[in-house]
Design a protein around this ligand. Structure first.
Ligand code: ATP
Ligand code: MG
Length: 405
């Protein structure tokens, strides 16, 4: 992509109402624009990052057998009345048509996916089944001041699974937990797994995937010697300074964290609400056990910015960077290299703008693509190569460049 043709400009100053690093940097670097509190437009660079994150999530969900679909955002009121969510879920947006018909805006998709799968699953032979989509959600959140970490409209991957027995569910639950850890690792994040009560969904245990960051809203206690971690927002059994109940090797530390994903055991709550029964091996009709598994795609993008930035701007991990390389052309140079990189399937942002060199360098740091290349009168036949994470530059030729890791 040519910078001159991207329609986006960078900003020297962050918006006045921006309180968090992700909000400030993503707006300044031209990844997003806020339409109103909690609602954002994703510009070409931002959209590329969302696609990269979604693709990692998609690959890991496909690897555990998830089937990708796309479910609607506007739901009939009846489905939400059936589960009690219409009155009980405070973040659910209610919409009225001009003929006074009422609808819900998707805050989650159990109310759509359960009647959908009921149509196709008849006997135990059709189980287990897991279905997911990557789709927007709407939530009437009271506070939405932490940039894209808490949106009133946000992108989520939600997977749902159905099982004949609790044992089968537990087996898949374990696989999904492992897939989640793979996802976050590939995205460059360390996610701690906390155990928490299922909140509004059920009384069963759920697991939350938390990334330590001061921009997060969850309060967790964790052990730095082992994996033990707990969300203390509604648990008074543990406090900071207590000995780790698992390894007993260290004391518990407190941190704020952001929940990037979670997995819930839904039991038979939704299958019962929609009278969704299947025939078991003995010919009896039973309600399948259901699980749901969410990952906040837009929130994860925000968390990555909170974790990976310096005073100059964002420092994207390779796997989610909007481009592989950022080519700064000076003295009218760069056209030939830009075309050669594209021919070699390297995704490159080419700064071909007619602006001072200093501004091009500052924007390259602000945008945060992992590799910066410069060609100018000074570099001659060579290319100046620099990683975003280092101050060291070196002059290399094209053959060396395309062999770089
Ligand atoms: P939180 O406690 O942060 O409100 P939640 O328990 O309501 O999260 P779920 O309903 O389980 O979250 O949604 C699954 C995932 O979607 C969360 O783990 C989080 O990553 C993301 N998510 C939830 N609410 C928001 C939001 N308002 N904005 C952005 N992402 C969100
Ligand atoms: Mg919530």
């Amino acid at each position: 992509m040519r910078f001159s043709d991207s329609f986006v400009t960078t900003l020297r100053d962050a918006p006045k109402d921006a309180e968090t690093v992700n909000h400030k940097l993503l707006v300044r670097a031209g990844f997003v624009r806020q339409l109103m509190a909690g609602v954002y437009t994703y510009l070409p660079l931002g959209q590329r990052v969302l696609n990269k994150i979604s693709q990692v999530v998609r690959e890991e969900m496909d690897a555990i057998g998830g089937k990708e679909v796309l479910m609607p955002l506007m739901h009939p009121k009846e489905n939400w009345v059936k589960t009690g969510g219409w009155d009980k879920i405070d973040v659910l947006f209610h919409v009225k048509s001009r003929t006074d018909k009422e609808y819900a805006l998707a805050q989650s998709h159990e109310e759509v996916v359960t009647p959908l799968t009921k149509e196709f699953i008849r006997t135990y032979k059709d189980l287990p089944l897991s279905i997911y989509h990557i789709q927007w959600k709407f939530r009437d959140e009271l506070r939405s001041k932490s940039g894209i970490l808490r949106g009133r409209e946000f992108l989520m991957k939600d997977l749902y699974s159905w099982h004949l027995t609790q044992e089968d569910f537990e087996e898949f639950y374990k696989k999904a937990k492992e897939a989640y850890l793979k996802v976050f690792k590939r995205l460059g994040l360390t996610a701690k797994v906390t155990e928490a009560s299922g909140g509004g969904f059920s009384e069963k245990i759920s697991y939350e995937f938390e990334v330590l960051t001061s921009a997060g809203e969850a309060n967790i206690l964790y052990c730095s010697k082992c994996d033990w971690c707990v969300n203390i927002d509604d648990i008074d059994k543990y406090k900071e300074g207590d000995k780790c109940p698992s390894c007993k090797d260290d004391v518990l530390k407190h941190s704020l964290a952001s929940e990037v994903g979670n997995v819930f055991d839904l039991g038979q709550k939704y299958t019962k609400a929609f009278d969704f029964k299947v025939q078991n091996e003995k010919g009896e009709m039973v309600y399948p056990i259901m699980g749901c598994y969410g990952i906040g795609i837009t929130r994860t993008m925000g968390v990555i910015v909170e974790k990976f930035h310096d005073e100059k701007g964002i420092v994207w991990p390779k796997e989610v960077a909007p481009f592989d390389m950022h080519l700064v052309g000076l003295n009218g140079k760069g056209e030939e290299l830009y075309n050669k990189l594209k021919e070699n399937n390297i995704d490159v942002l080419f700064d071909d703008r007619d602006v001072p060199a200093g501004q091009k360098f500052a924007d390259a740091d602000l945008i945060g693509i992992p590799v910066r290349l410069v060609v100018s009168d000074k570099t001659g036949e060579k290319i100046e190569y620099k990683k975003r994470t280092s101050d060291e530059t070196k002059l290399i030729d094209f053959e060396e460049l395309i062999k770089m890791p």
